[in-house]
Design a protein around this ligand. Sequence first.
Ligand code: ZN
Length: 421
Amino acid sequence: MKKQNKFKHIAAGLLALACLTAGTFSAKAENVLPGDINHDGTVNTADSVLVLRHIAELEKINDEYLTLADMNGDGEITTADAVEILVYSTTYNQPSISFPTELTYSCGDRFAFEDYIELPSSYKDITFEYTFPKVISSDGTGMPVLEYTNTGKIKAFHPGTVTVTATASNGLEAECVVTVEDNITVSNISVGANNLQVTKHIMTKNDAYNETDDFTNLDGIIIHSTATPGVSADIWYNSWNRPNTNVAVHSFLDDKGVYQYLPFEQIAWHAGKPCNQSYIDFEICEPAGFRYVNNVITGYDVAAQQAYFNKIWKNATVYTAYLCTTYGLSADTILSHAEAAKKGIATNHGDPDHWFKLHNKTMDDFRKDVAALMENPVSLDVISVTSGTQIPQTSDYDFFSSNDATPFDMFKVWGDESLRY
Ligand SMILES: [Zn+2]
């Protein structure tokens, strides 16, 4: 965009040059724009003049580029081709590339600059390269602001600002200033008449986030439960948003809503390989008021917990229906961690089936309810976006002063290297 005026000058200069000088034009064989007969990388009046001089036998077009001069494809080089080159040059060189000058993203977003480029039809052969400096963010992570993922998309990685340069193969350039923010986004998910609040705050300091590996293939959804009584979805952010964690999940869900902590495009460390490589997952938070003794649920009052269970069942089926619809997955691609383990694709855990069965529910019931919900339209509407480094904790459960679980349990249960590998 910014080079437009300069190009006009170059075109005028070349016209003068073409009239005054004869001789051969240097060729760059890799550049084959129709009409660019003098091979200077642009289509302009100089090319048109060269066609006329060729016809008048004042100058000869390099044999290699004769086909580029035959604009109307009639097999001959005529004045009609010179006219077409002039017409083409006005549409080819003059329209600006539609490229935004500023873009803002939240940490974890994926994007492609190709999505923003709009080209006149005469630009169809033009390709672009996008370059940006490796700017280190100021959030103390020592990580860059932007990075390419293994799928070729650019990841808005850590907070900061970077200038991206788009360079077209015809030499035009455009610049875009990209700002990445650490945002907390609160949205409402609707599945038919059901609503669910989802708070998205990416764990930018978790090692899984910083691996930048995206899914190349998505097979389904894995359902977990935390086996950590009384720790609600909001609380996990502060304990896992740090380096040297060997675990990471996409979301936590409780009776109040959902907290998404990793981008869905990205691989999480929740069930080991190969499951992690192709499944989105979420953890259902188990309620307070019981304990695990030697990995066995102890002191669980089913009647007292039924109200909480009903809420998480509804939230989890609604959330899964939303995910399946959004990502084009059918309900039979939903697996529990325990089912994935039985299939031999995940670590040997029993969740959440071990908890569901206390309330006479199975994963088949879950899939059936999700399939029914998927008959409805789904949507996600953003309610608010605020920048912040600390997620607001809304839980009325005081985890750190509770006897139901301790920080030690929280890390013991999850400090499982095999979840990553
Ligand atoms: Zn699990």
